[in-house]
Design a protein around this ligand. Structure first.
Ligand code: NDP
Ligand code: OXD
Length: 318
């Protein structure tokens, strides 16, 4: 029996070696090494070609090599097996770093001071707000959103959250205002200076970062206007609405790690936009050792009669 690696865009051989070094009792195969699909017991995938997994009818679980599973669930021919995602403390920490980095860069006017330094200028003529003057709204209070909310709260931002189902946070963020569903959205947006989007891409969230949502954000504020940070998925974005909102001053700025088309094509208006910071979908890279280790552990759990962890709800899409 074997584990099939179905990967596009990453180095397949590298991942194969990582998995094979940990999974001694099974062969780890790439698609063109499979002679009989019936012997494929597990699949670990990242952005496989839709339809290409149809033949693997004995699959016991399909593992995503990342936290998101939209790349799997958008494939109508995915084998009818549990879909498992990654929940990893290293990945969560990296995402928290990105969110905090971007929030602080907007708060502390990073672009302005970098430009001043390059121009050899010493200008200290502007008032500097502090984190306590800024309300951050985190959309998506899952593994990543909750960790980011906690870190932002610890820095002193006024943090609130929004999710699909109601939340009662515990510990340091127990007093964080939490909103949910379409009923809670407008109140959540109206208090938000920095909107952090850490939601999955599902049929319900596709294009949610649109003109109507952006125009519901708090206008004015100590940053000069609202700022969007999106590291969820590009499919959440209505990109022309974001550009219009930036150009019309409805949005003051945006930090975007994800795009509808990746790699973001040369010539995209996002690259040179003075109010946009672009990172190449690497806010929270999956570390191969941690990811392969976690998936192999899950396989061993099944082997010893246990159940899989982090199985997604195929109906909800995440
Ligand atoms: P989780 O599944 O743990 O959390 C998802 C959150 O989104 C939950 O709070 C959920 O609400 C909320 N949500 C889902 N659908 C809706 C909706 N229709 N309306 C409101 N809230 C909704 O996911 P993670 O935190 O682990 O990851 C989030 C996403 O981040 C991933 O799906 C992936 O797309 C992206 N990601 C990006 C990376 C990058 O490098 N850019 C790296 C890793 C992940 P509820 O709590 O009520 O269920
Ligand atoms: C993920 C990603 O989903 O890196 O893990 O985008």
């Amino acid at each position: 029996m074997s584990l099939l690696l179905a990967i596009r865009g990453w180095d397949q051989r590298y991942w194969q070696e990582k998995f094979q070094a940990l999974l001694h009792e099974r062969r780890v195969l790439l698609p063109d090494e499979v002679s009989d699909p019936a012997y494929v017991e597990f699949i670990a995938a990242w952005k496989h070609a839709p339809g290409s997994l149809k033949a693997y009818r004995n699959t016991r679980a399909v593992f995503s090599l990342g936290a998101g599973v939209d790349h799997l669930l958008s494939d109508r021919d995915l084998p009818d097996a549990p879909v498992v995602r990654i929940v990893d403390s290293d990945l969560t920490r990296r995402m928290t770093e990105w969110v905090v980095w971007q929030a602080l860069d907007w708060l502390r006017q990073g672009a302005r001071y970098r430009a001043q330094q390059q121009a050899g200028q010493w200008i200290d003529d502007r008032e500097q707000p502090s984190a306590g003057d800024i309300s951050v709204g985190v959309m998506g209070l899952g593994e990543l959103g909750m960790a980011s909310a906690l870190a932002l709260h610890q820095i002193g931002f006024n943090v609130a959250g929004w999710s699909r189902t109601p939340k009662k946070p515990e510990g340091a963020v127990s007093s964080m205002p939490c909103f949910s569903g379409s009923d809670g959205l407008s109140t959540f947006l109206a208090r938000t200076d920095i909107l952090v989007c850490l939601m999955p891409l599902t049929p319900q969230t596709e294009g949610i970062l649109n003109q109507s949502l952006l125009s519901g954000l708090k206008q004015g504020g100590r940053l000069g206007g609202p700022v969007l940070l999106n590291a969820g998925r590009g499919g959440l974005q209505d990109e022309s609405a974001i550009l219009k909102a930036l150009d019309r001053g409805v949005l003051f700025g945006a930090s975007l790690d994800v795009f509808r088309q990746e790699p973001l094509p040369a010539g995209s208006p996002f690259y040179n936009h003075p109010k946009v910071r672009v990172t190449p979908h690497n806010s929270a890279m999956s570390h191969p050792d941690a990811i392969a280790g976690q998936i192999v552990q899950q396989i061993h759990r099944l082997d010893s009669g246990g159940t899989l962890l982090n199985v997604v709800d195929r109906q909800a899409g995440y």
